[in-house]
Ligand binder design. Structure first.
Ligand SMILES: NC(=O)c1ccc[n+]([C@@H]2O[C@H](COP(=O)([O-])OP(=O)(O)OC[C@H]3O[C@@H](n4cnc5c(N)ncnc54)[C@H](OP(=O)(O)O)[C@@H]3O)[C@@H](O)[C@H]2O)c1
Length: 227
């Protein structure tokens, strides 16, 4: 049995990942803030657990519940994109703290809490869903904006690079994957990719990972992205 845990799996990219993982024979543990409203996830996942990724107590409670269970692939997918912290000239500090708490600290806290579960598994893989908007190289070229979101994902990328180094002795593979611009509540309907196409490619990329990929920043098709 290969077990995958996906956060924010009740809609959008997380739900697509859960569907493709289940089709591929993974045992899927999907997390949702409100499991009672996660009907589509319940139809494909082996289990639905409650998780608020911005709460240390919630992360620790889930880790306690999963104690002793191997997790082959962890996907830190849950994320937010609040626009109240897009511009330094009109900055809502609460929104800035919330986006960093959810998009950066959440994946760090959960990965740390599940290190024993990853170590016990065969695949030992931690994936965080990042964004090309977290690329400092690209940001300096294009139209700027989205201060809070960009900062949260750039910091997530650095956290991943550091965790990759620090968890290498335990054989844990840490990769950040940009899903493309995807038609979800976050991405909007103008996005070129459907959740189904993006998440099928992400699962292909994840299934092709080996320890030589640890620390990489790639897109849904496995293509290297600039830091
Ligand atoms: N869509 C894109 O074009 C795009 C592009 C680049 C990167 N991404 C990244 O891809 C990931 C998924 O995005 P999406 O487009 O699928 O977004 P989405 O449709 O808005 O779904 C976000 C998911 O994250 C969950 N979530 C948000 N805050 C949470 C918290 N504090 N605790 C637990 N769960 C929480 C949501 O739960 P609720 O249903 O309870 O709100 C929902 O399940 C995010 O990390 C995002 O930054 C998306």
């Amino acid at each position: 049995m290969t077990t995958i845990l996906i956060t924010g799996a009740n809609r959008g990219i997380g739900l697509g990942l859960a569907r493709h993982a289940a089709e591929r024979g993974y045992t899927v543990i999907g997390t949702a803030r409100n499991p009672e409203n996660a009907g589509e996830l319940k139809a494909v996942a082996s289990r639905v657990e409650q998780l608020h990724t911005d709460s240390v107590d919630s992360v620790n409670a889930l880790a306690e519940k999963l104690r002793g269970e191997p997790i082959d692939v962890l996907i830190n997918n849950a994320g937010i994109f609040p626009h109240e912290c897009d511009d330094i000239n009109d900055l809502d500090l609460d929104a800035l703290q919330r986006v960093i708490q959810t998009n950066t600290l959440g994946p760090i806290m959960l990965t740390r809490a599940l290190i024993p579960n990853l170590e016990q598994s065969k695949r030992k893989t931690s994936v965080s869903i990042t964004s090309n908007l977290g690329s400092i190289t690209d940001a300096s070229k294009g139209q700027m904006g989205f201060l809070g979101y960009r900062t949260s994902k750039a910091a997530l990328n650095m956290a991943n690079a550091t965790m990759a180094h620090q968890l290498k002795p335990k054989g844990i593979n840490c990769v950040v994957i940009h899903p493309g611009w995807v038609q979800t509540d976050m991405g909007g309907q103008a996005a070129p990719l459907t959740p189904d196409d993006s998440t099928r490619s992400i699962m292909d990329t994840i299934d092709g990972l080996s320890m030589s990929d640890t620390g990489r920043f790639v897109d849904y098709q496995g293509k290297e992205l600039p830091w």
